[in-house]
Design a protein. Structure first.
Length: 224
C-alpha cells in the first residue's frame, strides 16, 4: 500500500499556480508560441434587452450590423441613442452593441461621467446592482434605467487555451505595457476566460487616449 506524502507548505491554490506556470512555460513561454495580443479602446456604448430595443426603436426592431467587433458574433450596431443624466446633461449618438442581452448596461469613461454629472462606479460588466441610472431616448420612445451605468473595469478576454499559454486563470490580474510616444503600463487588468473568445484587452477612451493606443508600436501583456 503506497502512501501519499503532502508537503505542508503547498496548498491547492499554490499547486494550481505552479501547474499553470509550468504549462505556460512549456506551451507559451519565452521559447514557445504565445498568443498575439490585441488591445482596443472600448468607447462608450450601451447593451440592451430586446424588449427595451423595441420600446426605443419600435415593435419588432432588430439590431443591424454597422461594424463587426474583434470577438466573434459581437458587433457595433447602426442603432444609436441619446442618454440624459441627473442634471439634464446629455450624450448623443451613443452606439448600441449587439447582440441583445438579458439586462441593459451603459459603459462610459470617467470623463463622460463628469460631463454627465454621474459618479461612475468601476464594475465588472454585468455587475450593475446599486449603480446609477439614466434616461435613454430613441426615435420611437424612451426608457428610464434605474441602474446600469458604469465605468467598466479594465479586462482581457481570452480562450481557455490562451489562458494556459499565458499561465493565468479566470479572475487573475495582468498588466499591459503600451509602447508608444506616450508609453504607459496599465495594471489591474482582469482575466475573463470563455469558450470561443479571442485574446483582446479592453481599455476605455480615457486610458487609450492617455497612451496614444491607436498609434502604439506594440503592446505586451504579462501577469502581475
Amino acid at each position: 500500500m503506497s502512501t501519499i506524502v503532502r508537503s505542508p507548505g503547498l496548498d491547492r491554490a499554490m499547486v494550481e499556480r505552479l501547474v499553470r506556470e509550468v504549462v505556460g512555460q512549456r506551451f507559451g513561454g519565452p521559447d514557445g508560441a504565445r498568443p498575439a495580443v490585441v488591445a482596443n479602446i472600448s468607447a462608450r456604448h450601451m447593451h440592451i434587452t430586446q424588449k427595451d430595443l423595441e420600446t426605443l426603436f419600435g415593435p419588432g426592431a432588430k439590431l443591424t450590423v454597422y461594424r463587426d467587433l474583434h470577438q466573434k458574433g459581437y458587433f457595433a450596431s447602426e442603432q444609436m441613442v441619446t442618454i440624459i443624466g441627473p442634471r439634464h446633461r446629455t450624450i448623443t449618438n451613443l452606439r448600441i452593441l449587439g447582440p441583445v442581452r438579458p439586462e441593459n448596461q451603459i459603459e462610459l469613461s470617467f470623463t463622460d461621467g463628469i460631463a454627465m454629472g454621474i459618479d461612475l462606479p468601476v464594475r465588472m460588466s454585468g455587475d450593475v446592482k446599486g449603480t446609477p441610472g439614466c434616461i435613454v431616448m430613441g426615435p420611437k420612445g424612451y426608457i428610464e434605467m434605474k441602474e446600469g451605468v458604469i465605468r467598466a473595469l479594465r479586462h482581457a478576454h481570452m480562450s481557455p487555451e490562451e489562458a494556459v499559454q499565458l499561465g493565468v486563470k479566470d479572475g487573475d490580474l495582468m498588466k499591459l505595457h503600451v509602447d508608444s510616444n506616450c508609453p504607459i503600463t496599465v495594471e489591474g487588468i482582469v482575466v475573463r476566460i470563455g469558450r470561443g473568445l479571442r485574446l483582446e484587452v479592453h481599455l476605455d477612451t480615457d486610458e487609450g487616449n492617455a497612451c496614444n493606443l491607436a498609434n502604439a508600436k506594440g503592446v505586451e501583456l504579462t501577469r502581475m
